[in-house]
Design a protein around this ligand. Structure first.
Ligand code: TRP
Length: 336
């Protein structure tokens, strides 16, 4: 049946992805691709909004993001997986949308406000906030409207952007008196934030992450640094899993009910030390990640296949993108 609703979402090519991405985003996409006509893209133009002068790793980052997606189960036969800069229709749509978007709508965007503040705090020259960065929410709207998308699976931090996309879609429809663009809705998932090994949010820049692509040895080494119950200093101190900041949280994600009961008892009765508990956890984590990592390594050394996936996916994306763009151009009444 070709009556599926459409979803689209994307990620900036920041490099190798971590377990926060896997549990927070990718697992969800993998489920959604069964139910929706799905478009997933690597947002390389978006990367340029802030890193326009740091492009040395860009190609490698695109590749790594795709590898992690494929390893996690994003299936190019089910979803359309593409690279933003390979779909110029989005840029064209962006031009039209930029004409109708009031400047103060963009300025209101909370993420942009935060970003501007961070840059200011870092004493970075404000001229580093480029025109493209200010236009970021409009570009994101263009991404979404490129496929006349019904739903956008995103985290809570992106909801304001999707709201703006709705506003812009509605404004377009009002101005050109056509019921053309669907007002896209965010598709929120209730997935708790994955903590990093130090107890803060998992993030590459915090150096507290476990990568999908880490080796088993590195994974074990990293898990050894994980925060436990800070009051349990010696092995024969009785611990409290409820106060175990990170390691027990990971057990809840990776362990079976029996595993969890066992480490709980071991901790409370001081029959299992934190070192032993972490060692076991590392085994568990590696066990869960093994098939994903194996899949990744199958693609890793096949540049030709990776290229093919990106080219084919982008060509496929362009078919729908062109249809939507052509329709918009008609609605605007451009010369043709
Ligand atoms: N802004 C998103 C992020 O930083 C990435 C993104 C760009 C996106 N365009 C999108 C996500 C369109 C969903 C839909 O994570």
């Amino acid at each position: 049946m070709e009556n599926k609703k459409r979803i689209m979402s994307g990620m900036r090519p920041t490099g190798k992805l971590h377990l926060g991405h896997y549990f927070g985003v990718l697992k969800n996409w993998v489920d959604l691709q069964e139910k929706y006509e799905s478009y997933f893209f690597i947002a390389d133009w978006h990367a340029l909004t802030t890193k326009y002068n740091q492009t040395d790793d860009l190609k490698e980052n695109v590749k790594n993001v795709l590898l992690d997606w494929l390893a996690s189960g994003i299936n190019p036969d089910k979803s359309t997986v593409y690279l933003q800069s390979f779909v110029p229709e989005t840029a064209m749509l962006h031009i039209y949308l930029s004409m109708i978007t009031p400047q103060n709508w963009v300025e209101r965007d909370p993420t942009l406000k935060d970003l501007a503040k961070i840059m200011k705090d870092k004493q970075e020259n404000m001229s580093n906030l480029s025109y493209g960065l200010f236009g970021y929410p409009v570009l994101m709207t263009a991404d979404i409207l490129t496929f006349n998308t019904h739903f956008v699976p995103v985290g809570i931090d992106q909801v304001a952007h999707v709201e703006l996309s709705r506003d812009i879609a509605r404004r377009f429809n009002n101005i050109y008196k056509a019921d053309y663009f669907i007002e896209p809705q965010p598709l929120l998932t209730k997935i708790p934030l994955m903590k990093g090994l130090d107890g803060n949010k998992m993030g590459k820049s915090f150096n507290n992450d476990i990568k999908i692509s880490d080796s088993e040895e590195i994974t074990e080494k990293k898990i050894k640094t994980g925060i436990t119950d800070r009051n349990r200093i010696r092995k024969d101190d009785k611990g409290n899993p409820e106060n175990c900041e990170v390691i027990f949280e990971y057990w809840k994600i990776f362990g079976s009910e029996d595993d969890i009961n066992e480490v709980c008892q071991g901790c409370k009765n001081a029959t299992m030390g934190c070192a032993e508990c972490k060692k076991r956890l590392a085994q568990k984590v590696n066990e869960v990640l093994r098939p994903i990592r194996e899949k990744r390594s199958q693609f890793e050394n096949n540049d030709k296949l990776i290229k093919e996936i990106i080219y084919d996916g982008s060509a496929k994306a362009r078919i729908k993108a062109k249809e939507v763009l052509d329709g918009a151009i008609d609605v605007i009444k451009m010369y043709k």
